[in-house]
Ligand binder design. Sequence first.
Ligand SMILES: Nc1ncnc2c1ncn2[C@@H]1O[C@H](COP(=O)(O)OP(=O)(O)O)[C@@H](O)[C@H]1O
Ligand SMILES: [Mg+2]
Length: 368
Amino acid sequence: MSDSHYWPSMTDYQEALQSPTLAFSSSELREGAPVENKLGLPRPICGTFASVYELVNGPRRWAVKCFLRNTPDLHQRYVKISNHLRKCRRLGYFVAFEYMAKAIRVRGELFPLVKMEWIEGRQLNEFVEENLSSPSVLAKLGKHWDKLVADLRSANIAHGDLQHGNVLVRSNGAIRLIDYDGMWVPALEGQGSNETGHPNFQNPRRTQHDFHLGIDDFSAAVIQIAITALSRDKSLWEKYNNGDNLLFRRKDFLDIQNSPLITDLRAIDDDAIRDKLDFLIDACTSRKKQRASRRRTSQGKATSDQQVVKEASASTEMPQKKEAVLASSSWLSDHVENYGTATTESSPQSPVGLQKFFAWLFQRKRAT
Ligand SMILES: Nc1ncnc2c1ncn2[C@@H]1O[C@H](COP(=O)(O)OP(=O)(O)O)[C@@H](O)[C@H]1O
Ligand SMILES: [Mg+2]
């Protein structure tokens, strides 16, 4: 990969995909044909930071994720993520993937991509919209979602960006998670995050320093509330969906006490919704942070800076959850070839020292 500042744009990838034999270094991808749009051009699916193409080679289908920005430590993160996910295959929520550091040629230089199994399914928002008139389907989806959230926690995984575009639902109702760029696994503890997730699903207080097992609690609750509420009252979709959310929007979190959506949700007679709403409200208001800093002031320097940061960032974490246990090695299974691998080719060095320095600086700032 180049040391220059150049990074391919969407148009660059679009051009490269027109000649797979020249573009890809992997022979499997070279022999693949991109699925085309109505104009006969490779069809990109645009996420937040990537263009994704579907490639077909006989019965095999891949999703090829081309990055629109350079994230210097992404390769190292993917190595740690794939090592961890390899132990959790039995969960069935993840796709087989391979991070390839030098994989797609653009303007004569090689850039990384993630090669994944292609998942046939609908994005969560599409699935929900298509089933607004089938409350039992939505109720079942809600149960699957609850289980997924609990399973991830027990397996010591936080996805980091739970939102409609990263959740695919298959025709049988099974859920698959994609987009692992922002994932937390224990080996990444202390590194901070490169992203803070979709604003319509995240606590606005979340920063790149909030990176721990609890970072999914907020977005998981946002999704759970929406699915359950829509199974009870489908008119909420018409009222609150804007095409880039389920029901909540960032502005609801910014002024949660005055959100009309919260008022409508409170009117639904459902204890689970109420409990989760209380959690969101608590997380979005300053109560927890104030409590954490009050405790610190009263205890002087009794708690470490690290603890204070953890308490202050706890607003992203569900209160009742217990310490998760490491995924059991009995989950090891070899039924998917090349599942979750990151190639060991050299990648740009991560500025780990700098990251640690900023993390330390941040902790000092929060502690003072
Ligand atoms: N393995 C896959 N199978 C099917 N569709 C996928 C797959 N990976 C990504 N996509 C589609 O591409 C979109 C963007 O991919 P994603 O990895 O989420 O990119 P970003 O990091 O930019 O958000 C997804 O929302 C999804 O619709
Ligand atoms: Mg995504």
